[in-house]
Design a protein around this ligand. Structure first.
Ligand code: PRP
Ligand code: ZN
Length: 285
């Protein structure tokens, strides 16, 4: 039987949200601290728990069919894999940082200096674009301690909360790349596996669309109904039910999270009241 082999990060920034995404897609599997592999009980998939940096290589070689990695890792290593979808979680940035006490004049500060990083390609491209000639010192981990031990004058590393920089006496001075989780696939998936990938994508899209929308219920005076229907047309059109009180109706619709506050204010101006906003779990349009 055909099965997808899906590589996700064993522990780190991506792991919890990756597991959460598959669970929200209704795919059940065990996650254990010492587990390297887990078979789903209700979807033809095996999950492999790996170091994030190894995932693009495994997907390229076909050891895994799919993987979730940070865009930072994907672009840095430049593996020959297909980038299927940005997932919107595990957002972080690749930034240049210097010791807190440095009076930073601008990127020319790095001219002739040395910078420690695990991202020599992304950093190299950035410096080239800025016309800055610096010595890039590649190390594989604990980049943030490099200035403290005299290995480099600055670092270029991943920042999400900023906690690591702060506790190492560094400050962020330039953002050079913005990253988030991406779903990647092997370039030569069989037709059967492509079909499974389509099934999975259908579910991921339903979950993501739902997260970007809210279900809204409200009461409004009948003379404002037309305006309200135009403001929140919903998926096909809103549901309108008369209230027991004459001259009033209840309106149910779906609204984009991003329009939420703006529209709520307009609705209140039009006399809407009893407004309820409810999260949506899955949404298929
Ligand atoms: C990055 C970076 C820092 C940390 C920064 O490591 O090297 O250690 O995240 O996060 P913060 O701003 O929230 O403190 P990463 O998670 O990529 O670990 P890895 O290099 O072991 O993959
Ligand atoms: Zn990593």
């Amino acid at each position: 039987m055909n099965k997808l082999k899906i590589a996700i990060q064993k522990s780190g920034r991506l792991s919890d949200d990756s597991v959460k995404l598959f669970k929200e897609c209704g795919i059940k599997f065990e996650v254990g601290k010492s587990k390297l592999k887990s078979t789903s009980r209700n979807f033809p998939a095996d999950f492999l728990f790996l170091r994030d940096d190894d995932i693009p290589g495994y997907v390229e070689d076909g050891v895994a069919d799919l993987g979730i990695v940070g865009k930072n890792v994907l672009v840095e290593y430049g593996n020959d894999v297909e980038s299927i979808k940005e997932l919107g979680f595990s957002k972080c940035r690749l930034s240049l940082a210097v010791p807190r006490e440095v009076e930073y004049p601008g990127v020319e500060y790095f001219q002739g200096k040395s910078i420690a990083t695990s991202y020599p390609n992304l950093l190299g491209q950035y410096l080239k674009g800025k016309g800055v000639d610096a010595h890039v010192h590649q190390i594989s981990g604990s980049v943030e301690i490099a200035p403290g031990i005299g290995l480099a004058e600055g670092v270029c590393d991943i920042v999400s909360t900023g906690g690591t920089l702060l506790s190492n006496g560094l400050k962020e001075v330039e953002t050079i790349f913005k990253s988030e989780a991406v779903l990647i696939a092997n370039n030569k998936l069989s037709d059967e596996k492509k079909e499974l990938l389509e099934k999975l994508l259908f579910r991921i899209n339903a979950v993501q669309t739902a997260q970007n929308h809210k279900y809204v219920l409200l009461n409004a005076p009948n003379d404002k109904l037309q305006q309200i229907i135009e403001l929140m047309p919903g998926m096909r059109s809103p549901t309108i039910t008369p209230l027991a009180q004459e001259g009033w109706s209840s309106i149910h619709s779906v609204i984009k999270e991003s329009d939420f506050w703006e529209n709520i204010e307009t609705l209140r101006k039009w006399g809407a009241e009893g407004i309820l906003v409810i999260p949506i779990e899955k949404m298929i349009s």
